[in-house]
Write a protein that binds this ligand. Sequence first.
Ligand code: P6P
Length: 343
Amino acid sequence: MSQPISLTRYLIEEERHGHINPELRLLVEVVARACKRISIAVGKGALGGVLGDAGEAGQASINVQGEAQKKLDVLSNEILLEANAWGGHLAGLASEEMTTSLPIPEPFPRGRYLLLFDPLDGSSNIDVNVSVGTIFSVLRCPDGVSEPRDEDFLQPGTAQVAAGYCIYGPSTMLVLTVGHGTHAFTLDREVGSFMLTTRGMRIPEETREFAVNMSNQRFWEPPMQAYIADLLAGKDGPRGKDFNMRWVASMVADVHRILTRGGIFSYPLDSKCAAKGGKLRLMYEANPMSLLVEQAGGAASTGRQRMLEVVPTSLHQRVPVFLGSKAEVDIAVDYHLRHDAAH
Ligand code: P6P
């Protein structure tokens, strides 16, 4: 097997093809370097003294999501903020862990891009050593805006110029799109570089595997109840085939499996989270994952609308999520649209 090319070479070739400019190339390199540092911290586990909840003297630290922060949530957020402050490629940043967005601080220069991220998604899994990850999304800062505010980040997913995640699993992998396919890079820890290991990930159109937290079944809307009931009925039911189920409860791990071998990931509305609009966040979870999935030939929806066309109304907005194998996502959406048309 010929020597895989590095992330740096891939990005230089993307720049040579006119797909990205030097500023965006630098941005992706900086995020990748920050992810390497997060990978090292996560990989130390209990030996790193960074497991468990953040906060002092037994007083939990609660983020804007109302979730108890893990020490690694806070550390990962700090790593991404520090890495991106001085490069001159960003005008501002927004994070799941921060109530409001942040303009790049003085005395550093500001660039043309906005970076949004979930610094450590699935962090409730850290203490049980299950794969977690960093999710990021890149938007252009609106022309003429020198001091970006939250509303400057409220752009639909179609406006993303890059998106990706880094999964901290048995291997650390960066999965990235700059709008020309979805590609996977594996961290070579000896060299310290991400190496291109899959150029052009493709999600199979059909699947026999679904990912959902079944414990919420009694709280789902009727179309979701009907959709899952028909999957569970298997080959004797209306779908005419048996299905398997996987649920890691770490979006990065579940989405990575789907990008790798197909499947449908669902976090639908349920009566517990409906008032908030859903469980998962649009700007730095659903949108970047949806761009990666679409660029790999899959589909992503709220169950009623293409995810990337949702017009955001707030930075930490939540949405229902269906993404993965296109034919299966289309079927799940059809259950919802037929229900809505009949009621
Ligand atoms: P539940 C992790 O907390 C997360 O935000 C996603 O990574 C994951 O898909 C989902 O929540 C898991 O939710 O309700 O199964 O714990």
